[in-house]
Design a protein around this ligand. Structure first.
Ligand code: RIB
Length: 342
């Protein structure tokens, strides 16, 4: 009997059981891989599944087994190359553990963050990985009230939720110390959004390096950016317009570092001969850009893999302890700071 196409599209487990002349429980055991069913029965049921084009309803399974095998990943800026690299690490690790990833981009807007948190909750995801924007405190509070496990990624907010971050303070120190070892003495800092823990820690590392080498901090050499290329360009223009002497720039991410170099070049200042520049992230473009960018490489792939391991440990109940995993970044020396130290 040829069922109508529409029926085939909506075949249920009951239809499969009827077609295979077995109970629904038997079909369920076979589809869930239980090996307590005889091979001839398995064959009969799988033939019926094939003929009826039956696809178990993922939502029904989620409701029944109370897991959807999916992880929500909320990020603030899909256009910043740092995040797609991070997503890749998360996606590969999730796939290895047979979890799907639901990617949500918030453009750093708190209202978008809340919308996606509620959406993921409604989809019964098994866990949420969250990278908040500059005003995400309220949403981190909301996340900490959910029954769904949550892990913060890249940026810590408060101390209720476990996190996977890199050692931004060490990274900021290395980027600045490298410029000092290259003979630079008036080093500017182009900041990202000041509310972010990653930015505050990089700025702390910058200040500690200046202090360790006896260089006086100068507030006039600190310029605010927002992690975008344009904000790096504008910050460099303000530094030049201020009339302040400077011979080095540490930008809190690569996009701003590249924006700053573009402005300096347009203004006729040679990089690195006159101004040595370092960035942060080591996005793919950092090595291709001319001059290639000296930067602090964030091990994004490892960050993604570690975050997935941490969230799955919480989903399965293996480990629900508060944990903060701090991963060590690496200085990558290229042309924009004058090459190898010394
Ligand atoms: O470039 C985007 C920045 O935001 C990265 O440095 C990352 O650490 C995040 O904080």
């Amino acid at each position: 009997m040829q069922q109508k196409k529409a029926d085939l599209a909506n075949a249920t487990i009951k239809d499969v059981a009827r077609a295979a002349k077995v109970s629904i429980a038997t079909v369920s055991r076979i589809l869930n891989g239980k090996d307590t069913v005889s091979p001839p029965l398995v064959e009969r049921v799988m033939a019926a599944v094939e003929e009826l084009q039956y696809h178990p309803n993922a939502m029904a399974r989620a409701l029944k087994v109370n897991e959807s095998r999916s992880i929500g990943l909320i990020i603030p800026d899909i256009e910043n190359p740092f995040f797609p690299a991070l997503v890749r690490g998360v996606e590969d690790a999730a796939q290895m553990h047979h979890y799907a990833v639901i990617l949500c981009n918030t453009d750093s807007k708190p209202e978008e963050e809340e919308k996606y948190i509620r959406f993921l909750q409604s989809k019964r995801v098994d866990g949420i990985l969250f990278t908040g924007g500059p005003r995400s405190e309220r949403n981190v509070e909301l996340l900490s009230t959910l029954s769904i496990p949550v892990v913060l990624l890249d940026r810590r907010v408060g101390s209720q939720l476990s996190a996977v971050i890199t050692n931004n303070r060490l990274g900021g120190f290395m980027a600045t110390e490298h410029l000092i070892k290259k003979g630079r003495r008036r080093i500017a800092f182009i900041s990202g959004p000041a509310e972010l823990s990653s930015v505050q820690e990089r700025r702390q590392g910058y200040a500690e390096a200046l202090e360790q080498y006896g260089l006086a901090p100068d507030q006039d050499l600190i310029q605010a950016g927002d992690f975008s290329f344009e904000s790096g360009y504008q910050a460099a223009s303000r530094l030049v317009a201020s009339g302040q002497e400077f011979d080095g720039v540490f930008a809190a991410n690569d996009l701003m570092a590249i924006g700053a170099i573009e402005y300096l070049a347009a203004y006729g200042l040679r990089v690195p001969a006159e101004i040595a520049v370092t960035g942060y992230d080591d996005i793919r473009m950092a090595g291709w850009y001319k001059p290639s960018l000296t930067t602090v490489r964030q091990p994004v792939y490892i960050m993604g893999q570690s975050a997935v391991k941490m969230i799955i440990d919480r989903i399965t109940g293996e480990n629900r302890q508060y944990t903060e995993q701090i991963i060590t970044p690496e200085l990558v020396v290229r042309e924009s700071s004058g090459g190898k130290e010394g």
